[in-house]
Design a protein around this ligand. Structure first.
Ligand code: NAD
Length: 364
């Protein structure tokens, strides 16, 4: 039976395909932009300069200094560059780090954003911004940071090394997986979530086998877009909270952390979200959602242990404490010791262990 739901769409224009980067100038003009500041990470600066050359008179300059977790000091330097260049809009060309910087600028100045994602992280579809100041990461949700236009160009993802494609793709799957049991979920988002997981689960092994497989790269980017819409539309739970906590407290890499935690978070939440688990397992082509995600990560040669990506063993208890702060909704009750066990298993790279079934679900 279909439960009551609320459905709201976020205003964002999407241009998807191959060779779509060539639409950048027209899309800037469509937004009323006259001069655009291009944002990139240092490794993607050359790509940003080539885009700048193609933009001709619309190119106001480049700020190639985006880094992970949107530190406020970097935003302040980018603000100065924005002012100096006389730009009236930004073009964020890159992954979640670059897109985060564009959002931080939009929040402070109101500039329009054209996003051109080159990973599967999904920030381009959300009104969410995480910023770091003095080592503390805070997250806000504000429509002012939602990008106006997004160009997905499969060609730009061909350079994403299979190892990065794997973890970034599982990062995207995490958005869809949590959307399937979100308290504010709805049937349309559930359709997108299941299809997003299916597209990525099929494409990632094909990319690992042949990084030049355009069909697989296209399916992965399509899946990433669907998963990104899920992240922007409904609330996330334990998995995202844990990754946010671990990333912020121990400066762990974003996509790898998601990849390691996801199977364990799904095993933890399975008793409170049986229907979601059935849909995730079906999309993965697996018997069990948590084990299927673990097997996918293993098959893609992703790292499976937090200790292998820089987490200190002494941090397990602290992470468990942090995960219990600022109460948030979760389909399965949050218990400190069980969460500590979850983190300890993820630390060691063990397979996920299911929780015993629940007698009654928490109030929705
Ligand atoms: P990233 O943007 O830091 O990129 C990782 C690395 O890959 C960088 O060195 C980058 O230069 C390189 N790279 C990116 N695309 C490439 C390509 N096509 N080819 C070759 N190299 C490429 O990593 P990410 O995982 O995309 O983003 C992580 C950040 O995004 C985190 O700070 C996270 O908090 C944020 N994020 C925010 C949201 C949101 O809704 N606010 C959602 C997801 C992620």
């Amino acid at each position: 039976m279909i439960a009551n739901f609320t459905f709201e769409t976020l205003p964002c224009r999407v241009v998807f395909g191959s060779g779509t980067l060539s639409a950048a100038a027209a899309e800037i003009e469509r937004l009323g932009g006259k001069r655009a500041l291009v944002l990139t990470t240092p490794p993607q600066e050359d790509r940003g300069r080539r885009l700048g050359a193609a933009l001709g008179p619309l190119f106001a300059g480049i700020f190639p200094g985006a880094v992970m977790h949107t530190p406020v000091e970097v935003t302040e330097r980018a603000l100065a560059a924005l002012k100096e260049s006389g730009a009236d809009c930004v073009v964020a060309l890159g992954g979640g780090s670059t897109i985060g910087l564009g959002k931080a600028l939009a929040l402070r100045t109101g500039v329009n954003q054209l996003c051109i994602p080159t990973t599967y992280a999904g920030s381009e579809m959300t009104p969410i911004l995480g910023e770091t100041k003095d080592g503390l990461k805070t997250t806000l949700r504000n429509l002012a940071v939602l990008p106006e236009t997004v160009i997905y160009d499969v060609d730009l993802t061909l350079s994403l090394p299979p190892r990065l494609a794997a973890t970034s793709g599982i990062n995207a799957i995490a958005h869809a997986a949590e959307a399937l049991y979100a308290r504010d979920g709805n049937p349309v988002i559930a359709l997108m979530a299941e299809e997003g997981i299916r597209a990525l689960a099929g494409a990632l092994p094909a990319i690992a086998a042949n990084p030049g497989d355009r069909e697989a790269r296209t399916a992965a980017l399509y899946g990433a877009w669907l998963c990104a819409v899920c992240l922007g539309a409904v609330g996330m739970s334990l998995h995202h909270k844990l990754c946010h906590t671990l990333g912020g407290a121990f400066d762990l890499p974003h996509a790898e952390t998601h990849t390691i935690i996801l199977p364990h978070a799904m095993a933890y939440n399975a008793p409170g979200a049986p229907e979601a688990m059935t849909r995730i397992a079906r999309a993965l082509g697996a018997d069990n959602a948590a084990q299927g995600l673990y097997d996918l990560a293993r098959r893609l040669n992703a790292k499976l242990a937090l200790r292998d990506i820089g987490m200190p063993e002494a941090g397990i208890d602290r992470a468990a404490e942090l995960a219990m702060t600022n109460a948030y909704w979760n389909p399965h009750p949050l218990e400190r010791d069980a969460i500590r066990d979850l983190i300890a298993r993820a630390y060691a790279g063990e397979a996920p262990v299911p929780q015993p079934p629940e007698r009654s679900s928490p109030p929705r």
